[in-house]
Design a protein around this ligand. Structure first.
Ligand code: EPZ
Length: 424
């Protein structure tokens, strides 16, 4: 079980390249199931979740070849349209094979995801949408067994904005008979990146990036080449690390347009942001000001950046309020930050942070992907040494984080310890 050992107190400085986006790569890898022709992907991040998905796809009969950040996939024949519990329990996003398998094979057996550290996370809207398109879905021994001769276009209103729900239904609809309309759809940039890739494969999609997406079904999709967008959450995490350590950092390979709400909050925290094409520079104009925030679907403030800002607020001037509206259990990092001396009170989905003058290094435990990013930032700020345990959570969504931070001057290294690998 790997750990990060961080000695805090150094302002981050320098230039770093942003990797491809996990939350775009996962659905796009699943899109390979929709065609018998090759899908050539560039800028695919080297992450544990990506490796897990490649194993799931290979198990179905998809030919997967990876060289560096390039992946060539070919689903000429899908021998076994199934995703077992052993895989799904390690990565919920594997549910993204359901729509494409049903559309391509008319059959899919996918384990129903269980509970998750950050919330209940039901998939009822995925199921409801596919049923509206004519699928018959039964839950048998914990698996969703789905059948449909050919899916039909439908007008689907989603009660709650769901990112992977929108992506699953979009992938199901591209090969359906007729037109599908997704209303109250997710507007996340990763949904748009998936739509771009599907259009390159011959799909007819419009309205992605808005809450109303229209898909005109076609009978077959072709192969394509696609470059995965940059990871806005990795970029946001690095920018908050730069701000919290009062540094001067430049990110390359990222479009600021997908980070507006995060950049606004950083400027509120007293950062200066300079933009150039595919580049963001952050410098601090003085001490950190605390910023209150409320998570919400895109384009509002992302829930995946909440823990990182909370770590920065812990030592910022003033009292701030953080409201988490997406997931009901996404304050697991609070107890760990308190161990470092933070002053945080939680009432339901609201956290009140009273800025303290300093954090102290301590051994803390990561509980989920973004909580671990928040703890790493706290370690970069704290006096003395911080050990972040269970860093496998971080490896799920950040490509070589310790290497990038060290390139920015941080005193951080990875230490390996034998032990078990948990989930989520
Ligand atoms: C995606 O998860 C991301 N994962 C998450 O990132 C991100 O936190 C989340 O969107 C919100 O932005 C991927 O893209 C792989 P949702 P997803 O369905 O799609 C409820 C990270 O750190 N809901 O948009 O699973 C649900 O419970 C991860 O990289 C239903 O009620 O999230 C939640 O409250 C963590 N029924 C809300 O909707 C459904 O059928 C939004 O969840 C589906 C969702």
């Amino acid at each position: 079980m790997d750990q990060f050992v961080i000695t805090g107190g150094r302002p981050l400085q320098g230039v770093v390249q942003v990797s491809g986006a996990k939350n775009a790569a996962l659905p796009i890898l699943c899109a390979s199931l929709l065609s018998s022709e090759p899908l050539h992907l560039l800028n695919v991040p080297h992450l544990r979740d990506v490796q897990t998905l490649l194993k799931i796809l290979s198990g179905m009969g998809v030919q997967c070849d990876q060289t560096g950040n390039e992946v060539m996939l070919r689903a000429e024949r899908i021998e076994s349209p199934t995703a077992s519990y052993d895989w799904v329990k390690t990565m919920r996003a594997s549910i993204l094979v359901l729509g494409p398998l049903l559309a391509r094979c008319g059959y899919a057996k996918v384990s129903l995801p269980g509970g998750c550290a950050i919330g209940e996370r039901p998939v009822d809207l995925h199921i409801k949408g596919l049923e509206a398109m004519g699928a018959v879905i039964e839950i048998v021994h914990g698996d969703m067994v789905a059948r449909a001769d050919r899916l039909n276009g439908a007008h689907i209103f989603m009660d709650t904005v769901t990112v992977t729900g929108t992506e699953n239904l979009m992938m199901a609809a591209v090969l359906a008979e007729g037109t599908t309309i997704l209303e109250n759809a997710a507007r996340e940039p990763e949904v748009v990146d998936l739509a771009r890739c599907l259009r390159a494969m011959g799909a007819q999609i419009s309205g992605d990036g808005t809450d109303l997406i229209t898909i005109q079904g076609v009978s077959v999709l072709r192969g394509a080449k696609h470059t995965i967008m940059a990871d806005r959450i990795e970029a946001g995490t690095l920018l908050v690390a730069g701000a919290a350590t009062r540094g001067d950092i430049t990110l390359q390979g990222i479009d600021a347009g997908v980070l507006e709400s995060v950049l606004d909050k950083l400027m509120e925290a007293n950062a200066r942001i300079d933009l150039a094409p595919q580049q963001i520079r952050l410098t601090m104009l003085g001490e950190n000001h605390g910023v209150s925030l409320r998570t919400s679907p895109y384009p509002a403030f992302p829930t995946d950046m909440q823990a990182q800002f909370m770590a920065m607020n812990a030592v910022a001037r003033g009292t701030t309020v953080v409201t988490e509206t997406i997931f009901e259990n996404r304050f697991m990092h609070v107890q760990e930050l308190r161990r470092m001396g933070a002053n945080i009170e939680v009432e339901g989905n609201v956290a009140i942070i009273r800025g303290v003058s300093r954090l102290e290094g301590a051994t803390v435990m990561a509980t989920d992907l973004r909580a671990s990013a928040g703890l790493v930032i706290a370690g970069l700020i704290a006096e003395g040494e911080t050990v972040v345990d269970r860093i496998y959570h971080l490896d799920r969504g950040y490509e070589q984080m310790e290497v990038k931070l060290a390139a920015l001057g941080a005193n951080v290294f990875r230490r390996s310890r034998k032990g078990d690998h948990g989930t989520v």
